[in-house]
Design a protein around this ligand. Structure first.
Ligand code: SF4
Length: 64
């Protein structure tokens, strides 16, 4: 699913297992998505819309 960065930050990251001194992405022992600070973050590539939506590049591109 495409998400705004603010919403993706609330989601759990399935791959990051260690984060050093990078709070506040660790909360309640869940490591959360760091969105555009992660090399895997992808923006929705639709030039008709601002790049306000994106998705985790580890998953397949969301269907429209
Ligand atoms: S974009 Fe990066 S930080 Fe976010 S869920 Fe994917 S791998 Fe984890």
């Amino acid at each position: 699913m495409y998400l705004k960065e603010e919403d993706a930050k609330k989601k759990c990251c399935p791959v990051m297992t260690r984060v050093d001194k990078n709070e506040p992405i660790v909360s309640d022992n869940i490591i959360k998505c760091i969105v555009s600070n992660c090399i895997m973050w992808r923006w929705k590539q639709d030039m008709r819309e601002p790049f306000s939506l994106g998705y985790c590049g580890l998953a397949s591109k969301p269907e429209e």
